[in-house]
Ligand binder design. Structure first.
Ligand code: HEC
Ligand code: HEC
Length: 206
């Protein structure tokens, strides 16, 4: 619910899902993201006029399998150390989940400071009995709508957006016929021409 709710943005006009929509593979249809003061989804997303909020400097990655960021070739990883974003500047899904809410061009927009926004969002959520109830149920405590639990709730949702049983995954775990010969040839090419130098390990990444 939180991921799809624009209540998390400064002026209630952007939800996480705007830039990470299931219809677009949990990513976006634009080269770089358009956050607050805009309308539309996918390729139709456009800034309102007038607008002085710049585009986000980068393209939004998919959140599919972000739960596995930093997993190593032995399938080991520590969720607390899993790095996020193109430049790996943030560690863990929980910490990451709060960043877009604070960022001016992503969700915060005009009218509220980076320091004030998180508490403001918590106050808004606390004013909605349904959210109060759902947080209490999820965390098994009173007054459960907190900044920390907000991060945990979104991170926990994101950890359900995974794909780990592709035919290739099955092949790697020993099912020799899970991919046909033609695809095996493609895999060999992928190695021999050097794609694998940058796209390696369980995440096909570096
Ligand atoms: C305005 C568009 C926009 C919105 C809204 C937005 N994001 Fe993002 N998201 C991005 C961009 C751009 C990046 C890449 C930023 C970078 O690497 O510096 C990103 C990266 C991410 C990543 C990192 C994935 C990885 O593999 O490293 C996660 C996870 C994520 N966003 C989750 C969220 C959540 C949760 C919300 C809502 C609280 C949200 N995003 C709202 C644009 C957006
Ligand atoms: C020197 C490192 C490097 C090599 C070699 C390389 N790539 Fe990439 N690849 C990247 C980077 C960096 C990106 C992300 C670029 C961006 O989004 O602007 C990328 C992105 C991609 C994507 C898009 C992934 C997505 O989620 O959008 C695909 C598919 C891809 N590469 C396939 C290949 C193939 C196939 C080869 C071999 C023919 C190859 N790459 C070789 C670095 C490399």
């Amino acid at each position: 619910m939180l991921f799809f709710d624009s209540i998390l943005s400064g002026n209630k006009d952007v939800a996480c899902a705007i830039c990470h929509h299931p219809k677009n593979g949990y990513t976006e249809f634009l080269e770089i993201s358009i956050g607050p003061n805009a309308k539309g989804l996918g390729s139709k997303r456009k800034c309102n006029v007038p607008n002085d909020i710049p585009f986000v400097k980068r393209n939004a990655q998919t959140i599919i399998n972000a739960a596995f960021n930093e997993i190593n070739e032995h399938n080991r990883y520590d969720p607390k150390l899993a790095t996020m974003f193109w430049d790996k500047r943030i560690k863990s899904q929980e910490t990451k989940a709060l960043e877009p809410i604070k960022a001016f061009e992503e969700m915060r927009g005009h009218g509220i400071t980076e320091i004030a926004i998180l508490q403001n969002v918590i106050d808004r959520l606390n004013a909605i009995p349904e959210y109060q109830k759902l947080f209490e149920q999820a965390f098994g405590e009173k007054d459960a709508v907190t900044v920390e639990n907000l991060g945990k709730a979104i991170a926990t949702f994101e950890r359900t957006i995974i794909s780990n049983t592709s035919r290739f995954d099955q092949y790697k775990s020993g099912k020799r016929n899970a991919i046909p010969i033609s695809e095996k040839e493609g895999m060999e090419l992928f190695k021999s021409v050097g794609c694998i130098n940058c796209h390696n390990g369980p995440m096909f990444s570096d």
